[in-house]
Design a protein around this ligand. Sequence first.
Ligand SMILES: [Zn+2]
Length: 159
Amino acid sequence: MSTVEAPVTIVINRLATGPTPPAPVAAGGPNALHTRVAEVVAQMGPPPWSRRIIADERNLVTLIASPPGGGNRPHWHREFDEWWVVLGGHLQWELTGDVVVNAAKDDIVWVPRGAVHHIRNIGDELSLRLAVAMPPAWHFFHPCEQCGFADDGPRQWCA
Ligand SMILES: [Zn+2]
């Protein structure tokens, strides 16, 4: 039996209908004009944690902290490529296709849709990464094809 999946619909709520005149800033939700990473880290306390920084119709930006040895549940995305800016520590991405990317502070990592990504803090200090995804950010969990890491958590999740 085959399953036909409905295409994902992304609703854009705030479209410009013409040239946008200068206007006061109207930020909302988690969005802030200026986020200081050090302040978020101080508020959130010991890792692991994640904190949404920006969310709109096109962007889901999340600051993620992992302790040494910590990391994500390996998964892939169907609808979007995902990328990260490493803000601290040393991280490793194990990817479908026998690819390993090691990255450190100030590095940018990009992963195409469909690639399982298993991200781990391989250093001995806190790691910080800013993840940029696109809503609705469905996660399809899958064992890491490289190290075999798997867990029995839910198979799908939408950020
Ligand atoms: Zn992901």
